[in-house]
Each structure stands twice: as structure tokens, then as C-alpha cells.
Design a protein. Structure first.
Length: 250
């Protein structure tokens, strides 16, 4: 039986939820090598009859099924704008997950990738579910003998640093007890180097804003914790990707 053919992607963004890739990488992603894909880990439907979660309720949804249907369509539009294929892992969002259920389909997908596929995973700033996705992807790729993934700053969380958008951003994360704990854990295990840093031009900002606004259902619920995060001078204005090497690399 012939070996399965790896997917054709040269860049694969692992997005914990439907909006994370657009919020974090809509400026940098179109410039990364194609074909590109965005794989959403919590991309599956909730179990039938699930009551609406507190988050989906805050976003205005009355049923869990409606939230998934709308968010999936929003993500398809954002991926189209980003020039990336939409890929969904059949795993519900956190509030709908059965205890002990894990996104094993992500593992299987990562194991099929060609060695030339660049995988990007979220840092996980103040977001345990994002950090869990990163750690899982790192483990699976290492077990497969694949290159280490690149790590992107997940926004708007990381972008609240006063130094955000400046060359000092990584150093500020290394020193911040409020926003930097995930970065500090990463740096204890790896040599972390800036691979891509972007402060968006007005043209890039307009394109990113369009991709983010595709996820319209999520914006009101983000505002209480993140204020005017859609402002031109807000946390989405800059993006950052790091590469990883083993600490003993020479």
C-alpha cells in the first residue's frame, strides 16, 4: 500500500480557536510561503443539546449549535481573506469538551506533514488552552522527528506590554510577571530568537482589520478585558514570531 501523500502546505498555522490566527497573524501570514493553511484545534461542533457556554452567551448566541455554525462561517471568510485553506479539527471548544477528550486528530494531522512544512503555534500568554495546544504540537512534532515549530505571539494578550511593537518586546516578556510567564517557560527550555517582527503599515492594517472583523461575533466579548483592542494604536498593530532551538545547540 503506498504511503499517504503529505498535504501540500508550506505554512501551517495552528490556531486554538476560530479567531486566533486572524488576531495574531493577519499581517505576517500572507507573506509566509504558500500554500498556507489555518488549522483550528477547537473547530468541532458541540455535543447535541449542549447548553450555550458563558462565552458564546456573551457573544449573543442562544444555542451552542448556532455559535459553532456562525463561527465556522466567519472563519471561512477570514481564511479566504488571508489566502489560507481552512482546516478544522473535530474537537469542540473548551466549555463543550467531555472530560478526558483530547484533540487526537491534531496529532494525526501533524504527523502527516512534509518536513518542509513550517508549523506555527501560539505562545499561550495568559491563556492555558493556547499553551496546551503549543505543548501538544511541540511534543508530537518532536516525536515525529520534525523540525521544531515557530511560535507566534497570540494577540491581543501579548500585545498589552508597553514595549509591544518595539525591539524590546521579547526582553519585556522575559521580565513581565503579568504577561510573560508562557514566554519565560519557553525560554527555560529553548533558545528563543525573533524570526519575524512586523509593525503593520496602514495598508497591512486595513487588510488585518478586514480579517479580524470577519470574526464579528467575538469582538464585543473581547472588549471588557482588552479595551479598545481594535484601535490603530492597540495591541493588534504589531506581530511577532519566534524560532526555537535546543538549549544545547551550538
Amino acid at each position: 500500500m503506498p504511503a499517504p501523500v503529505p498535504p501540500p502546505w508550506r505554512t501551517l498555522v495552528v490556531s486554538p480557536h476560530f479567531d486566533d490566527a486572524a488576531l495574531s497573524l493577519a499581517g505576517l501570514l500572507p507573506a509566509l510561503p504558500g500554500p498556507r493553511a489555518v488549522v483550528t484545534v477547537h473547530g468541532g461542533p458541540p455535543p447535541p443539546g449542549s447548553p450555550v457556554s458563558w462565552w458564546d452567551g456573551a457573544c449573543g448566541f442562544t444555542t451552542a449549535a448556532e455559535a459553532h455554525r456562525v463561527r465556522r462561517a466567519e472563519d471561512a471568510r477570514a481564511c479566504e481573506l488571508l489566502g489560507a485553506q481552512q482546516v478544522l479539527i473535530d474537537h469542540p471548544d473548551g466549555p463543550y469538551v467531555t472530560e478526558g477528550d483530547e484533540p487526537h486528530a491534531l496529532d494525526a494531522l501533524l504527523r502527516t506533514l512534509a518536513p518542509t512544512t513550517r508549523v506555527l503555534v501560539p505562545l499561550g500568554s495568559n491563556q492555558p488552552d493556547h499553551e496546551a495546544v503549543r505543548l501538544r504540537a511541540q511534543r508530537v512534532l518532536a516525536e515525529a522527528g520534525a523540525p521544531a515549530p515557530w511560535v507566534y505571539a497570540d494577540l491581543p494578550y501579548t500585545g498589552h506590554l508597553p514595549e509591544w511593537g518595539a525591539p524590546e518586546a521579547s526582553g519585556a516578556l522575559a521580565a513581565s510577571q503579568k504577561w510573560g510567564t508562557a514566554y519565560q517557560e519557553l525560554a527555560r527550555r529553548h533558545r528563543v530568537a525573533v524570526r519575524h517582527a512586523l509593525v503593520l503599515s496602514d495598508e497591512q492594517w486595513a487588510a488585518k482589520r478586514a480579517a479580524v472583523l470577519s470574526h464579528a461575533s467575538q469582538l464585543a466579548a473581547l472588549a471588557p478585558d482588552h479595551g479598545n483592542f481594535l484601535a490603530r494604536t492597540g495591541p493588534l498593530r504589531a506581530e511577532l514570531i519566534w524560532s526555537l532551538e535546543p538549549l544545547d545547540a551550538h
